[in-house]
Design a protein around this ligand. Structure first.
Ligand code: GTP
Ligand code: MN
Ligand code: MN
Length: 371
């Protein structure tokens, strides 16, 4: 391959788990555009397109410098024709007309508003949209029958659409820890998800709970949620029991990214000392608390490393880890275990480092998994 003076030829793996992807990077004008198209594809239930745009954006996030000309893209993986056209438009015109048209489109805006309600997925939003419902106000007027999750979503719509801060995540961590330790001393709580990757805000807070003596964690979650409920710390909770027993082929079926842990999707009522100031007390308008989405997952100790790796994200990083395992290594990875299909054996690990080693990958720390 011929190199000209201003051309950099990149050696970048095609799998997100082969790359270091920091939170802050140099190509946000391009990635914001590509991620909007990815989001729109997701809202149109077009999974292929969604992933393709996400992959393209992810590659640009991993670049050590800004893209200044099309030649800078030479040798990079995952940049399809469509993504390249978007990048070219931005380089030449400072923006992409396709992205702007999508952003302004009625359907994109309506689907975004409706799926922004906790408990509302693309399918439901699409059905409502076809019935002429475009936002929260329309939904309230239509007076449809909503499930308990959606009712919670409507009730706390504003709070749940406000980013959760790192400080709020830490405070909730202390509350969860207090509850867990009151019921099972020696249990361990780990903050995972986006905050573990170093994000400063999130749409929720994710925790793993385990106990070094395996088995002690059984039955813990309902007790913890009851403890919180009794102290008026919850606005919503739904426990999904673990499904180890029903699963004949457990644990090596990574076909779905849903796992079999016992977990709770909840909404916390987080007291905000700063909001309880004189002003809000006088006006009586804004409450002295904030509704915050919290996910708690209970993990048997021997699966902790796999659960931690599986719940830290990003979503694309996870997806590519599984794809790498299957396609390049003949292994099957999920949040419970790693199975070597050829040798027909499970590969144990007590740390994320060991899992990367089993997979023949360089270790990537959480804050470089922002693919
Ligand atoms: P924000 O919450 O938006 O800041 O981002 P996040 O990366 O924390 O996303 P989220 O809370 O949705 O999920 C955290 C991680 O857990 C992601 O990597 C998801 O892929 C993963 N995850 C979410 N739900 C499940 C699930 O049901 N099973 C498994 N195994 N992983 C999940
Ligand atoms: Mn999260
Ligand atoms: Mn979550």
């Amino acid at each position: 391959q011929r190199l000209t003076a201003c051309t950099v030829v990149h050696t970048m793996g095609a799998y997100a788990c082969q790359r270091k992807t920091p939170l802050e990077h140099h190509n946000t004008i391009f990635t914001d555009a590509l991620l909007l198209l990815a989001e729109n594809a997701e809202l149109c239930a077009n999974e292929g397109r969604n992933v393709a745009f996400k992959r393209a954006a992810s590659v640009l996030k991993a670049l050590p410098r800004p893209v200044r000309q099309m030649e800078d893209l030479q040798g990079l993986p995952c940049l399809g024709e469509h993504s390249q056209r978007v990048i070219k438009d931005i380089l030449e015109h400072g923006g992409s007309s396709e992205v702007e048209m999508t952003r302004q489109s009625e359907k994109y805006q309506a689907m975004k508003a409706l799926t922004g309600i906790f408990g509302v997925g693309v399918k439901t939003a699409e059905r409502w949209y076809r019935e002429g419902i475009q936002d929260l106000a329309d939904l309230v007027t239509a007076d449809l029958k909503l499930n308990r999750e959606q009712q919670t979503g409507v009730k706390y719509y504003d709070h749940l659409n406000m980013p959760v801060t790192e400080a709020e995540a830490r405070t909730i961590g202390q509350i969860v820890e207090k509850a867990v330790h009151a019921l099972l001393p020696g249990a361990e709580i780990t903050l995972t998800g986006g905050f573990r990757r170093g994000k400063k805000t999130g749409h929720d807070v994710d925790f793993l709970v385990t106990h070094p003596e395996e088995g002690r964690e059984e039955g813990l979650l309902p007790k913890v949620m009851g403890w919180l409920e009794a102290r008026d710390l919850l606005l919503y909770q739904k426990i999904n029991k673990n499904s180890y027993l029903e699963a004949k082929e457990w644990p090596a079926r990574p076909s779905s990214n849903m796992d079999r842990f016992e977990r709770c999707f909840s909404v916390f009522k987080l007291e905000c000392p700063w909001a309880a100031s004189e002003k809000s007390n006088q006006s009586g308008e804004s409450p002295s608390w904030k509704a915050v989405r919290v996910d708690i997952v209970v993990v048997p100790f021997s699966q902790l490393a796999f659960a931690l790796l599986g719940w830290t994200g990003s979503q694309l990083f996870e997806r590519d880890l599984r794809r790498w395992a299957a396609q390049e290594k003949g292994m099957s990875l999920n949040s419970h275990a790693l199975y070597d299909t050829k040798r027909k054996q499970y590969l144990r690990a007590s740390s994320e480092e060991e899992i990367f080693a089993h997979l023949g990958l360089e270790y990537i720390p959480p804050w470089e998994r922002n693919a």
